[in-house]
Ligand binder design. Structure first.
Ligand SMILES: Cc1cc2nc3c(=O)[nH]c(=O)nc-3n(C[C@H](O)[C@H](O)[C@H](O)COP(=O)(O)OP(=O)(O)OC[C@H]3O[C@@H](n4cnc5c(N)ncnc54)[C@H](O)[C@@H]3O)c2cc1C
Ligand code: FES
Length: 263
C-alpha cells in the first residue's frame, strides 16, 4: 500500500449540481485512475471523513453525489465551486466491466443506489457496442427523490428502462417497488448475462431473492454495499461483517459472497 494513498489531498470543486433538496453532485478536479464502483474517503480538515462513491468520471474530473445526513456531509454542503474537498483513494473493488462485455446486463438500483452504478451505466451508454442489451430498473421513493433526471432521460434512448416511484403517480414512472418489475426481464432469452443490484440493504436482499426466483444463478448477481467505515484500508475493523473487511473485499461483491453478508 502506497503511503500517499492514506494522505487526503485537496481537490478543487468545479461545479455543484443540485439533484434533490438533500443530494448534490460535486464535480471535483482530479486526474486519477478510478474503476467503476470504487469510492474515496472525502474529508474536511478538523471535521472528519466519509466514504463516498464515484458517480461519474471524465477527463480530469470526478463526480460524487452526496446525501446530506450528518457531520461531514452537512459541512460539505456549505462549500461552493472554487473551494477544496479533501480526498484519499480510490478504494475498494469495482464492477467487473470486462466480464459484462458482449453480454446482456441488468441493472436494478434503488434511490441513492443509482449513484455507485451511474458511472457503469454511463460507460455502456457511451460504448453501446460493448454490450448486447442493457435493462435498467431504477426506483425512487417519490418525485422529489428522483436523481440524475437528465441521465434517466438519456438512458431511455439506448437501454430498456423501467423507472418506478414507490407510491406516487408521475408520468414516465410506474408505481411500486423495483422488485415488482424484475419478472419483466426476459432472462430466458439471454445467452449470457449479469445482474447488478444496488440500493438499501432490504431492497438488495429482496431484489436478489426475486432474481433467484426468476432463475438467475447466484454467480451472475453483483451488489455494492454501503457499510460504516473508518480507515478504508483494512486496519480498523469498522467495516467488518464476520470475517469480511468490506473496505478491502468490497464494496462490490458477487452474490455468492454477498448472500452471507446481506442477511
Ligand atoms: C463504500 C461506501 C460508499 C458510499 N457512497 C456514498 C455516496 O456516494 N453518497 C452518499 O451520500 N453516501 C455514501 N455513503 C454513505 C456515507 O459514507 C455515510 O452516510 C456517512 O456516514 C456520511 O458521513 P457524515 O459524517 O455526514 O454522517 P454521520 O454524522 O456519520 O451520520 C450518518 C448517519 O448516522 C446518523 N447519525 C449520526 N449521528 C447519530 C447519532 N448520534 N445517533 C443516531 N444516528 C446518528 C445520521 O442521521 C445519518 O443517518 C457510502 C458509504 C460507503 C461505505
Ligand atoms: S474501514 Fe477500517 S478495516 Fe475497513
Amino acid at each position: 500500500m502506497s503511503k500517499n494513498l492514506l494522505l487526503p489531498k485537496p481537490h478543487e470543486i468545479l461545479e455543484i449540481i443540485r439533484e434533490t433538496e438533500i443530494e448534490y453532485t460535486f464535480r471535483v478536479e482530479a486526474d486519477l485512475k478510478v474503476e467503476h464502483g470504487q469510492f474515496f474517503q472525502i474529508s474536511l480538515p478538523k471535521i472528519g471523513e466519509a466514504p463516498i462513491s464515484v458517480s461519474a468520471m471524465g477527463d480530469n474530473w470526478l463526480e460524487f453525489t452526496i446525501r446530506k445526513v450528518g457531520k461531514v456531509t452537512n459541512e460539505i454542503f456549505n462549500l461552493r465551486p472554487g473551494d477544496k474537498l479533501f480526498m484519499r483513494g480510490p478504494y475498494g473493488t469495482s464492477f467487473p466491466i470486462d466480464k459484462y462485455k458482449d453480454k446482456d446486463l441488468v441493472v436494478i438500483a434503488g434511490g441513492t443506489g443509482v449513484s455507485p452504478v451511474r458511472s457503469t451505466l454511463k460507460h455502456f451508454y457511451q460504448n453501446p457496442d460493448d454490450i448486447n442489451s442493457l435493462y435498467f430498473i431504477a426506483g425512487f421513493k417519490d418525485k422529489k427523490s428522483i436523481l440524475f433526471e437528465e441521465d434517466l432521460e438519456n438512458f431511455k434512448t439506448k437501454f430498456n428502462t423501467i423507472y418506478t416511484l414507490d407510491n406516487e403517480q408521475v408520468e414516465g414512472f410506474e408505481v411500486g417497488f423495483v422488485t415488482e418489475h424484475i419478472k419483466k426481464i426476459p432472462f430466458d432469452t439471454f445467452e449470457d448475462y449479469n445482474v447488478i443490484i444496488v440500493g438499501p440493504p432490504a431492497m438488495m436482499h429482496f431484489a436478489a431473492l426475486e432474481c433467484l426466483k426468476n432463475g438467475v444463478p447466484e454467480e451472475k448477481i453483483w451488489v455494492s454495499f454501503e457499510r460504516k467505515m473508518s480507515c478504508a484500508v483494512g486496519k480498523c475493523g469498522h467495516c467488518k461483517i464476520d470475517e469480511t473487511y468490506v473496505c478491502l473485499e468490497g464494496p462490490v461483491f458477487n452474490y455468492t459472497k454477498a448472500k452471507e453478508l446481506l442477511d
